[in-house]
Design a protein around this ligand. Sequence first.
Ligand code: UGA
Length: 432
Amino acid sequence: MTITFVGHGYVGLVTACVFADFGNDVWVIGHTDEKLKRLKSGDPIIYEPGLKELLEKNLRAKRLHFTKNYGDAIPDSEIVFIAVGTPPKENGEADLSAVLAVAKEIGENLKNHFTVVSCKSTVPVGTNLKIEKIINGCKTPAAKVAVASCPEFLREGTAIHDTVNADRVVIGSDSAEAIKLLLKTHEPINGQRVITNLASAELIKYTSNAMLATKISFANLISFYCERTGADVESVLNAVGLDKRIGRIFMDPGVGYGGSCFPKDVNALLNTGKSLGIDTAFLEAVENVNAQSRHNFVDKISAHIPEKNIAVWGLSFKPNTDDIRFAPSIYVINNLLKKNFRIAVYDPVAMDNIRKIFGEKICYCNNPYEALTGVAGLAVLTEWNEFKEPDFAKMKKLMKNHYIFDGRNIYFNNIKDNNNFAYFPIGKKPII
Ligand code: UGA
């Protein structure tokens, strides 16, 4: 089958490589010459485990092609996936300008055979109808087209695995022919099939992300209670999670959720709700707790650290990605800078991205230990594996004072053996 992806970010490029690996002939459309050149040479641009190897393999097999011209790809494609960004506007609404511009380009390049245009970008309810209208307004009368919503549920850091081992494949469309073709394309992918209409498919994606964000905010809210009462957040959540109706998974408290999805999608769902006249207090509370998690962490540091001099380990919004969009690190660093802290940072892959934001305001280190030299404390913001079993004796020697603020609770079990640190976890009694 010939398939086109418009967009080569975490969703577009990963899914394109996976579908090429299944044996399809896959085109990827981008709009920046420099990026397309890098992609053609086997450089995925983004950091995602296993992606470079999959890209190189499918380029070598000539199953993957990159182009700027819609005319190279669209006329021969049976399915066209839209996978461009929907970043938040200042008012929180999803910015659909890229999606709608792409729809027009696709419409203008469709040929006479039947084509399915399917949106993998996360778009508010009703967007696929707009896409359909734009395409029908500019295609030639002979071109037959059906629109379908096929939301993506992959997580950054495990994107390839998640794509192949999906829990569910959701296809929303009014066209039986489009559903049949999409089912065929997704055949090698695991997971239950959910066939529904356009609006439901669009809402399934937002509901999933808002529910996951709610679980995290709920865990963070309970951690605030624990810190003020002497209760232990892990004991509480482990016991609560044993109730199968609740489950323990995806309820780890910390410095709040970040990334390009939860902050953006909760906000977009909130905005859609407002425009529909729905009371959105529930979703506002989810956002407020998330913001509070970051405030509390900065307040905790300010209240306890003896000198305004700190190392930060972990800058990406989660491990195994270089993505720093809405990362807790940005909020924490910004607020520590406002309080005149000197900050030394280290992250295995996100240093270049964070440098673009903070420039010369902070110090960038080549390894985690270099960041500790002479500091009063360490703040851990991302639970990268390489931070989990550090050399505490070495840390002790390098740091001037020995304060650890653990935003991900990764040291609680081994810090007891190294109890010369003043240790501040989330939702648990500090060890001082
Ligand atoms: C999320 C969803 O998990 C995917 O299913 C979805 O496809 C994706 O958004 C998307 O809409 O494209 P992602 O943002 O890549 O995936 O990462 P997650 O693993 O969900 O983590 C999001 C944030 O929540 C991270 O900052 C993470 O540290 C935080 N988190 C996660 C917690 O604070 N506690 C947890 O228990 C789990």
